[in-house]
Design a protein around this ligand. Structure first.
Ligand code: FES
Ligand SMILES: [Fe+2]
Length: 358
């Protein structure tokens, strides 16, 4: 269940350079590189001559040469050289729009002429003054929808992430779920006067009681953000340490996905040890999700990938709303292949994005 007429994250922008970067999205094999004018190029990883992967070839002066018979293609996909003949064959390699925004490369796999860069979801926290980022990537062998489910139901922190961000306060806290503008799901938890899980004790440098809040935000098909804040229980909410964690999920196949993430913080900007500590801790935390999600995918696969849990409990509300939105958008695109999914804001500004607007 995929949406094509929208931007998906393909890579961190600085991963796309002068060397070929092959990757698969929505079962489409793509090769990416950066042209001499610094623009990004995404081309089908398939030579239009005899269909071997172009990633087996080589890049020189902004042209990709097929490693089999040496046809060369420019950034537009046009064949610009054919060995042993002056007349160029009428073949063109397929290309995809690829744009750079907020430190990420975003690809459009749907109808190319609809690829408006203004439709790239806003995750500016990944690269903007006032926010310091610890970032990483996980490859998850699971249906990407299970990753969305996981990120919208953070009660699992209590059980899966005991060593870093979870304790019993998370699963015990009630969740308020809203859907905004028919596109964005928000699931909000307040956890007043709790013991800090280890990760937050590290952030605050404090082991006494804290107040914690957490908002899981989701924009279909795979843009998620966790907004979390912590402050000492006798402190002021305005002084909370806030982190925004974009989790950018792009399907690779029906049972695998790319997961680019960044933990963006609004405090202790110059503390490079903290930046690395957050990166390590988060990477470990998401390793735990990866292990659980891959086991879950295998179990569900054996049952034909049912959409819904066998028994819906309270924590399923947000994931089920998101699944419903996704199904609606997929249906809209099936009925009209030129339907476009327009993003809505994940957060309103650099203040905490709760309560919802309006
Ligand atoms: S297969 Fe690429 S040039 Fe022949
Ligand atoms: Fe998790």
């Amino acid at each position: 269940m995929w949406i094509r007429n929208c931007w998906h994250v393909a890579a961190f922008a600085d991963e796309v350079g002068a060397a070929i970067l092959p990757r698969k999205f929505l079962n489409q094999a793509v090769v990416m590189w950066r042209a001499p004018d610094n623009s990004l190029v995404a081309m089908e990883d398939r030579c239009p001559h005899r269909l071997v992967p172009l990633s087996k070839g080589f890049l020189r002066e902004g042209r990709l040469t097929c490693g089999y018979h040496g046809l060369a293609f420019d950034a537009s996909g046009a064949c610009v050289h054919a060995p042993g003949q002056t007349e160029l064959p009428r073949v063109k390699a397929k290309t995809f729009p690829l744009v750079e925004r907020d430190g990420l490369a975003w690809i459009w796999l749907g109808e190319s002429d609809l690829a408006d860069p203004a439709l790239v979801p806003d995750v500016h926290w990944m690269k903007s003054p006032g926010w310091t980022v610890s970032r990483g990537y996980h490859h998850i062998k699971a249906d990407y929808r299970l990753i969305n489910d996981n990120l919208l139901d953070l009660s699992h922190e209590t059980y899966v992430h005991k060593e870093t961000i979870g304790n019993s306060a998370v699963a015990d806290a009630p969740v308020v779920v809203v859907v905004e503008e028919g596109r964005v799901v928000r699931a909000h938890r307040e956890m007043p006067n709790i013991d800090p899980p280890p990760f937050f004790a590290m952030l605050l440098n404090h082991t006494g009681k804290i107040n914690r809040f957490q908002i899981a935000i989701h924009l279909p098909p795979g843009v998620n953000m966790t907004e979390a804040g912590v402050y000492k229980s006798d402190g002021r909410r305005e002084d909370a340490f806030v982190i925004r964690v974009p989790h950018l999920i792009t399907p690779e196949t029906e049972h695998s996905a790319h997961y680019h993430w960044g933990v963006c913080r609004n405090f202790r900007h110059d503390d490079s040890e903290l930046t690395e500590g957050i990166r390590k801790g988060t990477s470990h935390t998401f390793d735990e999700d990866k292990a659980m999600l891959e086991i879950q995918d295998a179990a569900l696969r054996a049952e034909g990938m049912p959409d819904l849990p066998r028994a819906a409990i309270k924590v399923d509300v947000a994931p089920m709303r998101a699944r419903k939105l996704l199904a609606d958008f997929c249906r809209a695109e099936t009925e009209d292949p030129r339907a476009v999914l327009r993003p809505a804001p994940l957060a309103y500004d650099d203040r905490v994005s709760w309560p919802p607007r309006g």
